[in-house]
Design a protein around this ligand. Structure first.
Ligand SMILES: [Zn+2]
Length: 273
């Protein structure tokens, strides 16, 4: 699809005191932005959302409940939905504040302590959407060097890299240590039975990023032991608490680096289709 101003050339002409001067076309800003979002690994579905209250661009403000809200007002579902919505609203507010702090510290060089975030909640409450939107905001504001990574996909890439002689840890994991902000999506969602290896990978990432004072933002479906009922449903395994997936030592480290935010309530996904 060609730009109506420059017909895809990427530049246009501007009249300056009678001379035609070549200037980059405004479409090039949008293109650069898209390239940055893509390079950051942010799923396209989140590119049109923002945590800002009044977006000045074409994006939509992320609201609790989202598009599902209008559809689930049958009496039996109303109460759990209200609970979900309240916890979503809290999580959105917290992420908005976090985004502001990250920009202040990492883009504008202000002295602010920035911690990571561990966003827990059952499937479908919008954890990934929330962190995908947060990262999109950072890119829009001009913070490059951020990355969105699906944890299971990362492990698959790592395994493939070992098998194909692609450099393993050095090629796949080390770059993750240097991103200014890293989102690890769906921690514990991997299917491998080699938990020691999974823990090593997470341990490496957290330690390297802690050494550089860089925040890691994580989503997980796995509740903490004793705090909430374990995960049920088709993906449930015998060990279904977070501590069973990542071990006691990493769990303490994770809680120290990434304060917990709980999003509760029902799975909204059946209502989204
Ligand atoms: Zn153009």
């Amino acid at each position: 699809m060609n730009c109506p101003i420059c017909q895809g050339r990427g530049y246009s002409f501007e009249d300056r005191q009678g001379y035609a001067v070549v200037v980059p076309c405004t479409c090039q800003n949008a293109r650069r932005l898209q390239q940055s979002l893509q390079a950051a690994g942010i799923p396209r579905a989140y590119w049109n959302f923002t945590l800002q209250l009044k977006p000045k661009d074409h994006r939509q403000t992320l609201v609790a409940g989202g598009p599902a809200a209008a559809r689930i007002h049958e009496p039996s579902l109303k109460e759990p939905f209200m609970k979900t919505k309240a916890s979503q609203t809290t999580a959105i507010r917290r992420c908005r504040k976090l985004a502001e702090d990250l920009l202040a510290a990492l883009l504008h060089g202000e002295k602010r302590e920035v911690k990571g975030l561990l966003l827990y909640g059952p499937c479908g409450v919008g954890k990934t959407h929330l962190l995908g939107t947060l990262l999109t905001d950072l890119v829009y504001e001009g913070l490059s060097q951020v990355q969105f990574v699906d944890y299971a996909q990362l492990l698959r890439r790592l395994r493939f890299s070992y098998q194909s002689g692609g450099g393993g840890e050095q090629a796949v994991l080390e770059p993750l240590a240097g991103y200014k902000v890293l989102v690890l999506d769906d921690l514990g969602g991997e299917t491998t039975e080699n938990l020691a290896w999974v823990q090593d990978v997470l341990g490496f990432i957290l330690t390297e990023r802690q050494n550089r004072d860089l925040p890691t933002l994580i989503t997980t479906n796995y509740p903490d032991e004793g705090q909430l009922p374990p995960v049920r449903g088709e993906n449930a395994r015998p060990n279904t608490y977070l501590v069973d997936r990542i071990g006691q030592r990493l769990r303490s480290r994770l809680y120290e680096l990434c304060p917990l935010e709980v999003m509760s309530g029902l799975d909204l996904r059946p209502f989204l289709s």
